[in-house]
Design a protein around this ligand. Sequence first.
Ligand code: 8YV
Length: 313
Amino acid sequence: MDNLCVLMVCPTSTYIEEELEKSFKLLKLWHFEDQNQFIKTHCNSIRAIVSSGKAGPDAELIESLPKLKIISNYGVGLDKVDLIKCKEKGVRVTNTPDVLTDDVADLAIGLILAVLRRICESDRYVRSGKWKKGDYKLTTKFTGKSVGIIGMGRIGTAIAKRAEAFSCNIRYHSRTEKPNLNYKYYPNVIELASNCQILVAACSLTEETRHIINREVIDALGENGVVINIGRGLLVDESELVSALVEGRLGGAGLDVFEHEPQVPEELFGLENVVLLPHVGTGTEETRKAMADLVIGNLKNHFNNKPLLTPAV
Ligand code: 8YV
């Protein structure tokens, strides 16, 4: 497989790079200033692409690579890959489900606790020496609250399981009702938001879910409500979220993802009821290694004519 060209469209992990370089000819797109020219030069040799939650091939790039056979994505979300084009061209696509579920669900709970119990603000309180001048203010209890989850797939279910351990009332919205779950189903997101205090975005980003948390949903959640986003920035109408927080129409937010990463609206920087993370839901040594092994394993299996480990298309 030594001469097989694999194109990596953005940095993922040095482990993936080192492992792929042992078996493939690895091309790192971000190393080249004139990327269009680079693609033109190598278009007839690129057989595979490694993408991630940060960047993936659009229809134009897929179209320009006649020998492309597989896209192996470092992450579960495939919104950066043009899946319609892949299906049209017979390009296989793999992602990294399951291995990352626990970490993302753990972080969702971490964000809820951080926002309600003001963990980050309290930490700043101690570090700045303010504690010596008086005790920290009271915060909000998590145990027993109602949690609304948008998207009851693997990650949504794992968040629900964790929130149950906090005696929370779980409600959810998803494309279809899951008959095997005992949580109340809301076909309408505004109604879900009206009936919960914490609203978690845990669905994949598609045309249907883009801005699924919009002004109406935020208003339904109200001034004591909290938005948690561990999915994709575009699930939330970010400018509406910012104005609701700035105007005090929403109680708080815990955000791991943003519309234009790594750009984060600066209006949020001064708000203590907001916790901001740099898209680290899957960012543990253990999980990133497991994700990387799937990326590599899928590519190797494909070129050895073995079944894909985690096919998506
Ligand atoms: C990213 C993710 O892929 O799983 C996903 O969909 O967003 C993440 O795991 C990871 O941050 C690498 O960019």
